[in-house]
Design a protein around this ligand. Structure first.
Ligand code: SF4
Ligand code: SF4
Length: 316
């Protein structure tokens, strides 16, 4: 099938994106020199603060309210596609506990040109759900939790021909077995692995400088072993710390409030979902105004693990 391109203007460049294949093509030259970025490429939407797990390291605020309804999310999708956004990425909490989430994905896919993707802890993942959303999402990111039988979840995703990647929180303990784990995940059909940086308060879960070096060496060995057969990327928050490794995004920094912006379950805009700066909105148009302000400032988060340079405004 020929790609059905949708375009996103950057400053002086044009990105063409086909949601069916996930292919991106970046064009730049005389014809694109006049272009200006006016919208983020994607909006990360926390659908809900509810979750069907209870992880000790969870960064979600306790008892935070949920404000989204099904119809409001459809309205957000329509508004975002008019604004020029290409993708919505849903998280939470756990998106699969949001009522009629499968229908939400289908309707966004069928009624807008947006590409909806989502991250799940996998606990509620089933063949029935995957069949219900078949062909109506860009990518499913499965977060690896060892107590949720991840190999069985990968088997399920592979058997259902799901478009999926793995999110892996790299703690010192996970790092010790990371390469062996990646081999196991690859054997079961995983072809896309995103390594994530912990940003919470538990010191024991942060990597030390020596761990950073071990992680770089592990990723380099994995890349040498698997080549193009496996895509392995690292968190945007590690940008400068793990220089030289393939990053999730290609911009000058993490690109929070530039290529992407976050919208919380209680309807606040944040530069990223870990950020303490949050501004409430009541109408969708206000999201654009808040985004523009954040884009000018490019604020650094105060969370330990934020990799944005200290030259950006923040209490760092
Ligand atoms: S799965 Fe994620 S959202 Fe749910 S409790 Fe664990 S860390 Fe929090
Ligand atoms: S602002 Fe900091 S925490 Fe947020 S995405 Fe950027 S590097 Fe990560």
């Amino acid at each position: 099938m020929a790609p059905r391109w949708r375009t996103w203007s950057l400053d002086g460049k044009l990105l063409c994106f086909d949601r069916e294949t996930g292919i991106n093509q970046l064009l730049s030259g005389e014809e694109t020199a006049h272009l200006e970025q006016r919208a983020p490429r994607f909006i990360h939407v926390a659908l809900t603060n509810d979750c069907n797990k209870d992880c000790s390291f969870c960064c979600l605020p306790a008892h935070a309210p949920n404000a989204w309804t099904f119809d409001e999310l459809l309205g957000l999708a329509r508004w975002a596609s008019d604004w020029g956004v290409l993708e919505l990425t849903f998280g939470g909490g756990e998106p699969l506990v949001f009522p009629r989430f499968d229908q939400l994905l289908r309707r966004i896919w069928n009624e807008t040109p947006l590409c909806p993707s989502f991250t799940t802890n996998g606990k509620a993942l089933s063949a029935q759900f995957l069949r219900a959303i078949d062909g109506c999402y860009g990518q499913l990111q499965l977060s690896i939790y060892d107590d949720e039988r991840p190999l069985e979840k990968i088997d399920l995703l592979a058997a259902e021909s799901a478009r999926f990647g793995l999110n892996v929180l790299v703690t010192p303990e996970r790092l010790r077995a990371l390469e062996l784990d990646v081999y196991r995940w690859f054997e079961r059909g995983a072809r896309d692995v995103l390594l994530l940086c912990y940003k919470g308060a538990d010191e024991a879960l942060h990597l030390s400088p020596d761990d950073d070096k071990r992680l770089v060496a592990s990723v380099q060995r994995l890349r040498a072993r698997f080549g193009h057969a496996l895509t392995i990327k690292v968190d945007v928050c590690w940008r400068d710390r793990l220089a030289g490794l393939p990053q999730l995004l290609d911009g000058p920094d993490c690109e929070a409030s530039d290529s992407f912006v976050s919208v919380s379950a209680d309807k606040h805009v944040q530069p990223c979902s870990f950020h303490e700066q949050r501004v409430a909105f009541s109408a969708f148009d206000e999201i654009e105004t808040i985004y523009r302000r954040f884009r000018e400032l490019r604020p650094r988060a105060s969370a330990r693990g934020c990799g944005r340079p200290c030259s950006y405004p923040s209490p760092c």
